[in-house]
Design a protein around this ligand. Sequence first.
Ligand SMILES: [Zn+2]
Ligand SMILES: [Zn+2]
Length: 519
Amino acid sequence: MPMARDVLVEVAKQHGVCIKPLALRRLDVVTGQTEIIDVPCGSTLDSKCPPCAKRNRQLRMAQCREGWHLDTEPAITPDEPNEEQRWLVEFRADMQAKRDAAAQVGDDTTDLDAVLSGLDDEINAAGMRGSVTGSAVPKRTRSTRRRQDAPDLPKRKMANTTLGRTFTSPDGKVYRPSLFVTLTLPSYGKVRNGVPLDPDTYDYRRAARDALHFSKLVDRFVQNLRRVAGYDVQYFASVEPQKRLAPHLHMAIRGTLPRAEIKQIAAATYHQVWWPQADEVRFDGAHLPIWDEQAGYLDPATGEVLPTWDEALDALDEDAEPLHVLRFGEQVDVQGVLAGTPDADQCIRYLSKYLTKSLGDALDGGQAQREHAARMVDALRYEPCSPTCPNWLRYGVQPKNAKAGMAPGRCRSKGHKPEHLGYAGRRVLVSRKWSNKTLAEHRQDRRTWVLEALGQADEPTDPHRYIWRPVPAGDANVPPLAVRLLRTVAERQRWRAHLRELEARAAGQDHSATWEEAA
Ligand SMILES: [Zn+2]
Ligand SMILES: [Zn+2]
């Protein structure tokens, strides 16, 4: 007989209920009442919480659909921050400080991280874009940093628009064509069914470096695309694993260009990684740099201080070669798509197909493919993933922000892990003026829609009214997970029944897909 608990989790999944909810304590400052509220875990990966992953995928599909064939220019003018927004940002700063303090002493920060990401959603819902911490890392500008040569590409005069061209047929119908582009990385050696024919000659090092820096190559492609297209091209792209475990890119592009030009852009696009050398091993095995509180990392034999990250970059002179140069492979697929056609829907499904899987989940080819993946993880083990990666010690450089206890081969960043296989970047890349909405705003749309359908007003809650606090693990006020799941399933069933009733009344209108998604 199946275990009751397993059955319950299955039932929860079928009802689209989060199976790993996070309990938060909510204090209502008006009534003084405290309540434990379950917040969905918000997982984007199938392996962690399928219902949340599925919901996230549907939101992404909605976002992709709404932006692709936009026919009016999105308006992006930030308003003055209002009181509520300021309060949220301040509160988030407090929570961030708490989280950092917890991380400092080595406490588990899972709960606080969840609160922070919840707050980011709130901040977005309050009409602010981006996240407070997101992309706030200052860019290093230095004289030795080399300019990437502009590739040899045609260049059109920039028009101040994000919309593509339209075509009007003789009968007055307006066509809004756009593109669906697939870009892959080059070959590292012959493969069959995703497995190298000769693992000894397969270029794992190149594959590892390409995967680690893939997102930079994509950025370059977009830059070049805009330059050639002559308008502010918008895109919705997803990074997915190929069978051979290399990342590749599907991209919905608003507007159209000749296929030959897209291929020309892909061929001309490259990215140079201007990092110190990472091919000659200087420290290995028991012979590792030692930490000194004052000086940083030293050569264990000579006591010589290793160059810091900045010094190592400064030492790259005119003759230096880039550590790595990335290019796309020859396989470039360009498909023209018309707004509102089954083709467009097909592409949107395709774009989001693997979103709920991690890159390593592409493994299904049995033993040979698992061995291939293991060799890839091996190649990634000592590859520096970022300026702060401890692996730099292996090549005689102190990592940026060096601290005690670092050792090559022991970097905990995502890129080295089997489930990421080098690519630690975001899986969905959406340009800023795509649908003119953030994911939180798309989520809010859906919520508003359901509440309207249920005849309830979606009143904005006063952000000052509630104070949210994480609940420590094992808190006696939190019922067992089974009880919480049962409650949510019951609630979901009531909703669903109510929506079905309304649906029956509204028969004749084709809302079925939306009802299903919302329910
Ligand atoms: Zn969940
Ligand atoms: Zn690393």
